[in-house]
Design a binder for this molecule. Structure first.
Ligand code: MN
Length: 202
């Protein structure tokens, strides 16, 4: 046992079917995410990094050993990813988040197009984000397991929605059809969970 643990998944592996299949969910959560947690624990064990919070580690990513940056990012990113999806979700945001998305992007459709294009064009492995920077909503992407909390990110801020576009996230079901996976992701987004992260980020 180490400092970090897998979070509890708030739904079953088949809850996001048919958009994200149960086999992908099971392997992604219980193998990939578990490996990031184990490798992070091993990388910090017995070092001064053990006493820092995950957010503190990410904020100083430039100075971290590669294993801590990659696996710390992997643990944070996947924990966020599971928390902003759910069964029978999708649709559109409401309340203040909806207002701010309209204000920042012109419309929800514009936001969706911007986010989807950003996710589709991330070369190789990485993530697409909706983030809050100085109270403003922005879309970005990061390579590998980097994220907007890292000092090395091109666009820094607080991520409130993230999409994993590593091939392990979609290849079993979608093979090379990343845009189809991205389109279907919008059917499982839990906008209430994203709204809560938005309120907290402000
Ligand atoms: Mn992943």
């Amino acid at each position: 046992m180490g400092k970090y643990n897998l979070p509890e998944l708030q739904y079953s592996y088949d809850a996001l079917e048919p958009y994200i299949d149960a086999t992908t969910m099971k392997i992604h959560f219980s193998k990939h995410h578990a490996a990031y947690v184990n490798n992070l624990n091993n990388a910090i064990a017995g070092t001064e990094l053990e006493s820092k919070s995950l957010e503190e580690l990410l904020a100083s990513a430039a100075m971290l050993p590669t294993a801590v940056r990659n696996n710390g990012g992997g643990h944070f990113n996947h924990s966020l990813f599971w928390s902003i999806m759910g069964k029978n979700k999708g649709g559109v945001p409401s309340g203040k988040l909806a207002t701010e998305i309209n204000s920042a992007f012109g419309s929800f459709e514009n936001f969706k197009n911007d986010f989807s294009k950003t996710a589709a064009t991330r070369f190789g492995s990485g993530w697409a984000w909706l983030l809050v920077k100085n109270g403003k909503l922005l879309v970005s992407s990061t390579p590998n397991q980097d994220n907007p909390l890292m000092d090395v990110a091109e666009l820094k801020g607080i991520p409130i929605l993230g999409l994993d576009v590593w091939e392990h996230a979609y290849y079993l079901k979608y093979q090379n059809r990343r845009p189809e996976y991205i389109e279907n992701f919008f059917n499982v987004i839990d906008w209430d969970a994203v709204s809560k992260r938005y309120e907290k980020a402000l």
